[in-house]
Design a protein around this ligand. Structure first.
Ligand code: SAM
Length: 501
């Protein structure tokens, strides 16, 4: 593996370090010490020394001895600044001890490595913190140490914890999702973090990587602990775009919009479901040509109709392509169903599955372990409802879609999508119109973090109170009819009577 990758090594251009240092100098009076814990060639030390001059001590560390030399030289260029740059491994440093030994207030500045622990594992890197369940991951992930996190997230949390009891500012570049997770961790764990902000940067321009990134700017020991952070569109913007933070223990991406519409944050009258999961698109998904199914391997496949269903995927929903051109082979109607009967009901399908048993057997996810052969997941009666209102979890455009059947079969969606099962297309259209209303969009937008890998989640969708939304739209009566209909039973919700609606 290239050392650059293992060490998450993206050196900050001096021009960017200077803009960050200028922003800090605009806001803060003075520092006793300025520390760059993974300093690389020392762009931040150099930029800070240019602005803060000779009074603070400058302390830089990096694991790479060549960088340490370069950073020493960078600091020396500024002249008589007091400082040391040493080779040091972040993971074995006692940061609490080290920081409390420094005269404050402290500025911790820089740009921690850009890589995840899993990425490093895949790359067989050795440069990892000792296994620790620092984000409180539960179950299997925690036991196996598989929970995925950014190394910078781990480092930033370490620094925040180490700064507790001291007075200091953290100004570090990282992914915006990382900045958010770090602040969320601090807020939920009652750490002392004062005024906080995210200042977006263009990582494609600055580092040549396509990722949402920002400067995370936060205060410790300033006596104004909070659980909100302001987002600015750039390092030079002086008007915030929005404020995100915790509300009743949950992260909200736009607190002002959320507060205005918070009455919509209510009951999940209809259960949101995930689409079907099979983890073998090449084998289980097909297009159709000249009466044959063609799988993702380009093979012409002879299959009975019994287990084949029309399929819509995230890109279809996001782009309004609601006439399915793909099909999926669903071996079960419910998770846990046996699959052996396929052999007699649909012998060609069974043969096809046997021919591709290797690929299906290689599926890594633990949801297939100890299950019937060729099992799928995320499937139930709800998957086969005659109509659905659905949304992609992956797209930022928050477009809900209504659809019914195709070729006499219910259309299903894949596991990148979420849906509510409906009894009729009319019902699906009713909920879709409500969910695509301006009010609903503003409410969902106030909860969604568009830079997340999966901006829309079940946890967000289930907060939309369809009844209250209908009331706002003057559609209460129609909503009551649908919400008390029999598909509630199918979706295992307690049946609402007209009285308690
Ligand atoms: C994203 S680069 C940023 C460097 C510098 N802060 C800058 O902004 O230009 C990350 C740096 O972390 C260093 N690094 C990686 N793992 C480290 C570790 N375990 N301890 C100390 N430094 C480490 C790398 O050598 C690299 O210089």
């Amino acid at each position: 593996m290239s050392p650059k990758k293992e060490y998450g090594d993206f050196q900050t251009p001096l021009s960017l370090a200077r803009r960050v240092a200028a922003l800090v100098a605009q806001k803060e009076m003075y520092f006793g010490a300025i520390i760059e814990p993974t300093c690389g060639v020392g762009a931040f030390l150099e930029a800070a020394a240019e602005l803060f001059g000779t009074s603070p001590r400058y302390l830089g560390f990096d694991i790479n001895p060549d960088y340490v030399e370069a950073a020493r030289a960078a600091l020396a260029r500024i002249g008589p600044a007091k400082g040391t740059v040493q080779q040091r491994d972040f993971y074995t440093t006692n940061w609490k001890q080290f920081l409390s030994d420094q005269a404050g207030p402290l500025l911790i500045i820089g740009n921690p490595p850009w890589i995840t622990n899993a990425g490093m594992g895949v790359l067989k890197g050795e440069n990892l913190p000792k296994k620790s369940n620092f984000q409180g991951h539960s179950g299997l992930d925690a036991m196996t140490g598989k929970a995925n996190f950014d190394i910078s997230e781990w480092m930033l949390i370490r620094l925040l914890q180490a700064l507790q009891g001291s007075r200091g500012v953290i100004a570090m570049l990282c992914k915006t999702a990382t900045a958010r997770k770090v602040l969320r961790h601090a807020w939920l764990n009652g750490l002392d973090v004062g005024p906080s902000s995210l200042h977006l940067i263009d990582a494609a321009v600055e580092f040549g990587v396509s990722v949402d990134a920002c400067l995370l700017y936060t205060h410790i020991g300033f006596g104004a602990t909070g659980s909100t952070a302001t987002v600015y569109g750039s390092l030079s913007a002086d008007q915030p775009l929005r404020t995100f933070g915790l509300s009743a223990g949950e992260l909200v991406s736009d607190l002002d919009a959320y507060r205005e519409l918070r009455d919509l944050d209510g009951q999940e009258h209809r259960k949101w479901r995930s689409g079907v999961k099979h983890d073998a698109a090449q084998v289980m998904e097909f297009t159709q040509a000249n009466g044959y199914f063609i799988n993702g391997l380009g093979e012409r496949c002879e299959l009975e109709d019994d287990y084949i269903f029309p399929l819509l995927k995230s890109s279809d929903l996001a782009n309004g392509r609601l006439r399915p051109t793909r099909f999926v082979l669903l071996t079960q109607r419910r998770t846990g169903d046996p699959t052996e009967q396929i052999r007699s009901i649909a012998p060609k399908t069974w043969r096809y599955l046997l021919e591709h048993a290797d690929q299906l057997g290689r599926r890594g996810s633990s949801v297939y372990t100890n299950r019937a052969r060729f099992s799928i997941f995320g499937v139930g009666d709800y998957s086969f409802s005659s109509a659905k209102v659905a949304i992609s979890g992956l797209y930022k455009n928050l477009q809900f879609q209504a659809f019914g059947s195709a070729g006499g079969k219910p259309i299903v969606v894949d596991d990148t999508c979420y849906f509510i099962p409906c009894d009729s297309k009319q019902e699906a259209e009713f909920f879709t119109d409500l969910l695509n209303s301006e009010t609903a969009r503003r409410f969902v937008s106030s909860l969604v973090f568009t830079d997340a890998k999966r901006p829309v989640t079940v946890d967000i969708l289930k907060r939309i109170d369809l009844k209250k939304l209908a009331e706002r739209a003057g559609q209460k009566c129609a909503a009551i009819d649908y919400l008390s209909s029999r598909s509630l039973k199918a979706s295992q919700q307690p049946l609402l009577s007209r009285r308690n609606l």
